[in-house]
Design a binder for this molecule. Structure first.
Ligand code: NAG
Ligand code: NAG
Length: 770
């Protein structure tokens, strides 16, 4: 061995070192940097609020202003690296924003089903585990040097109010309770909290000092659920919302996201609410979120939402006024460049005090500190050891499959066409424009998935002799080759049609105008079904609901499945369900309206019906439906009974039984706690196949008055039952939370009278005396 060998060895290791260094994320407070390591903002023993104040006190006005936008530049003299606030992780870590890049060692991330399908599992524990995986993979991507930040702009928890909404796919559906619980589960998982509040290590640490695995963001605050419909777009739309609807439909998910989810971020929306742009609404951002709900994270604008306040809406008369409006309202960071361009002038014109900028910066730097980015080398931090091997791990990919399996909804199966026989299916035709499109499976805000198996490929794994025909030129289906599809359908044992929508039909900045299948899809389905030897299986991929009334009654269509946009493992989950290797148990998280519903203006935000206006969602809409909220079949039959209810009469006030209503605030949390009702529901799997089954408990009032909902989901739990097995699930109802609704001025009230607890066809009376 000569000197040469050692030189080569040395070069090799220095290359290795250079390589590791280049992939390591940048960090502040490097202990080897003598000028910064002793500064107070680097002292991990101090509370974060003190550290943030110290840091801000060292900045010049120009440096401060530079930090108010999503692409925050470095401050080299203080050893502070650049930070990118904008990253996305709606249903898996995504490169939809500028923060994350899949151009290094990590090329992809686990791609879960689009949220609307995940919601259909009605399983909070599953949602939490998905959140955990997303948070872990996010941290791994950051540790691998492939992310400019750790602030992720999800979940989208706006209510899916109108079936045409292009972004309804991103949400957990139309129900405020489901949406709130989804928010809590997702946020706690992503941020590294335990499933339930007050348990685990977080109970010992003040929230403001708590470390974050990654930061989640409740968006879009508030009443944002219209993108672009009939010439009205989200940038100029002024949502006219009643105080009543705001209080018991639009706001509860955000309140849960902040209070029980302990979210560290909020995004204010583009739209105005009753005239005021959300990002300029002091009442919304400061009084409600920070004041009433105790929010202590950061608030970002939606992208370019500040510019729009001046340019699009004309709400602010000058650019500087827009800057003043948002900073005084309580917004902290601008996605865009407006604050970078105009804040200095606002200060020079004496419209804005520097203290308003400091206020925003305290929130921003606190979050970066809670993410562990000011504690020295992040590899030595609590989440520093999460490596790239965690991304797309077997365990994570198995969870993506589980989520798809448990979300997919069986909508029709009267003669048990499904599951198809594994042994006696010798030939199969797979027809439709969605059968072999990997991109469609993912929905929007998706990154590159770990793997990609289309429904066609997965079905080919079950039946060798599978013939594929797309039927339509594309999902829009302006042109269809019906004759060829019919010819194939005639020759095979079974036919599976994979139809529906994709992002060309419903997406961000594009709402639908029709609820029917696009183009010639319906014609193709009808003709193929008529020609096939046996009734056919219809699979729908879509985020929003589709009016498939004719397929519902067509006897040649034996079974219908809705699979949302089921993610990277969705093709496999579908094939497993079709061939009986998994028993479907999902339930619809939205009402499926008939086409006729499009006569309702999408701009009408009212939830409650009034003359000539049908109202919205299962809580208020009594008209004709294609499928109900909560509808979904299984290969088994499940039977319910009310096995015990702790009270059938609930007295909130013995002395005065004559009140028309009682304010929730009057009863107070302590008394509310003491007045809880325990409801135990027995559920039995009467079928021959094991399966997961979500139990949905509703409450309905015998005589709904003053805008009380016809029916209201008050609890849901998913149980796994073997064939023949029975289990009991307990729901604990609090009158303040579950028996209340908003009155006309937006106060939560409880009304006396006869109510019914409802599960399936079973009802149990509950009388409330206030
Ligand atoms: C801010 O200024 C830059 C450079 O002049 C310009 O490109 C950008 O559009 C401006 N942003 C806004 C929101 O006005
Ligand atoms: C009963 O109602 C009366 C009148 O609203 C009120 O003064 C009293 O405090 C209530 N008692 C309880 C136990 O809520």
């Amino acid at each position: 061995m000569g000197l040469h060998f050692f030189i080569i060895l040395f070069l090799f290791f220095s290359l290795l070192l250079v390589h590791t260094e280049s992939t390591q994320p940048p960090f502040s407070c490097d202990s080897s940097n003598p000028t910064t390591r002793s500064l107070p903002f680097c002292k991990t023993s101090l509370p974060i609020s003190k550290r943030a104040r110290d840091l801000i006190s060292r900045l010049t006005l120009d440096e401060k202003i530079s930090q108010l936008v999503n692409t925050a530049p470095p401050i080299p003299r203080l050893g502070i690296p650049a930070y990118q606030w904008w990253s996305e992780a709606l249903h898996g870590v995504a490169n939809a924003g500028p923060g994350v890049h899949f151009d290094g060692a990590i090329k992809s991330a686990t791609s879960f089903p689009q949220v609307i399908l995940t919601a259909a599992s009605f399983d909070t524990n599953l949602w939490y585990r998905i959140g955990q995986v997303i948070g872990t993979e996010a941290r791994a991507v950051y540790n691998g040097g492939q992310a400019g930040g750790m602030t992720f702009w999800a979940p989208n928890i706006n209510i899916f109010r109108d079936p045409r909404w292009g972004r309804g796919q991103e949400t957990p559906g139309e129900d405020p309770l489901v949406t709130g619980k989804y928010a809590v589960a997702y946020v706690r998982g992503v941020q590294g909290d335990s499933f339930e509040s007050g348990k685990g290590k977080e109970s010992k640490v003040k929230q403001v000092d708590q470390h974050l695995q990654a930061s989640a963001c409740c968006k879009h605050f508030t009443a944002y659920d219209l993108d672009d419909w009939n010439g009205v777009n989200r940038f100029i739309f002024d949502a006219r919302v009643t105080l009543q609807d705001l209080a018991d439909t639009y706001q509860p998910p955000f309140q849960s996201c902040v209070q029980q989810g302990r979210a560290s971020g909020i995004m204010c929306a583009y739209n105005r609410v009753n005239g005021v742009p959300s990002c300029a609404d002091f009442n919304l951002l400061t009084l409600t979120a920070r004041g009433q709900w105790g929010f202590n994270g950061y608030i970002t604008s939606d992208c370019d939402a500040v510019s729009i306040i001046y340019n699009g809406q004309g709400y602010a008369k000058t650019p500087e006024d827009a800057v003043v409006d948002v900073l005084k309202a309580g917004m902290d960071v601008n996605c865009g460049s407006f604050l970078k361009n105009y804040t200095k002038q606002a200060v020079e014109q004496r419209k804005l005090a520097e203290s308003e900028i400091d206020r925003a910066l305290r929130n921003l730097f606190s979050i970066r500190m809670r993410l562990g980015l000011f504690d020295g080398n992040p590899v030595q931090q609590p989440y520093g050891n999460i490596g790239p091997d965690q991304v797309c791990s077997k365990k994570h990919q198995a969870l993506a499959l589980e989520a798809a399996q448990n979300g997919i909804v069986l909508l029709k199966n009267p003669d048990k066409l499904l599951p198809l026989p594994k042994k006696n299916t010798f030939s199969l035709a797979v027809i439709g424009p969605n059968a072999n499109s990997p991109q469609t499976l993912l929905g929007n805000y998706a990154g590159p998935p770990c793997k990609s198996v289309t429904p066609l490929q997965a079905l080919q794994g079950y039946v060798k002799n599978t013939i594929f025909h797309p039927g339509c030129d594309k999902v829009e289906c302006g042109s269809a080759t019906i004759d060829q599809a019919v010819k194939i359908a005639k020759e095979v044992d079974y036919v599976v049609l994979v139809m529906g929508l994709d992002q060309t039909q419903e997406r961000e900045a594009h709402d639908r105008v029709s609820l029917e299948l696009p183009g010639k899809q319906q014609e193709l389905i009808t003709n193929v079904a008529r020609a096939a030897k046996k009734p056919v299986v219809l699979v729908l991929l879509s985020g929003g609901p589709i009016d498939i009334s004719s397929a519902k009654v067509d006897q040649k269509i034996g079974s219908i499945l809705w699979a949302g946009y089921p993610g990277e493992a969705g093709g496999i989950a579908l094939a497993q369900i079709i061939f009986g290797d998994h028993n479907p148990g999902g339930k619809l998280p939205v009402t499926w309206y008939p086409q006729d519903y499009i006569k309702v203006p999408m701009t009408d935000m009212r939830m409650r019906p009034s003359s000539g206006y049908p109202g919205r969602t299962y809580r208020f809409y009594k008209g004709e439906k294609v499928f109900d909220f909560g509808y979904g079949l299984s290969y088994s039959k499940f039977a319910y009974d009310f096995s015990s209810v702790s009270k059938s009469v609930l007295h909130l006030n013995q002395s005065s039984a004559t009140l028309d209503y009682k304010l929730v605030s009057e009863l107070g949390p302590k008394l509310c706690d003491r007045k809880k009702v325990s409801v135990t529901v027995g559920v039995k799997n009467q079928g021959e196949m094991a399966g997961k089954h979500p139990v949905l408990l509703f409450l309905r009032k015998e005589k709904p008055v003053n805008g009380s909902p016809f029916s209201q989901l008050v609890g849901f739990q998913s149980v796994f039952l073997k064939a023949g097995e029975r289990a009991e699930v307990e729901f604990v109802l609090s009158p303040c939370e579950h028996l209340s609704r908003a009155n006309e001025v937006g106060l939560m009230v409880m009304e006396p009278g006869l109510h019914f607890l409802v599960v399936g066809e079973e009802e149990y009376p509950l009388t409330l005396i206030v």
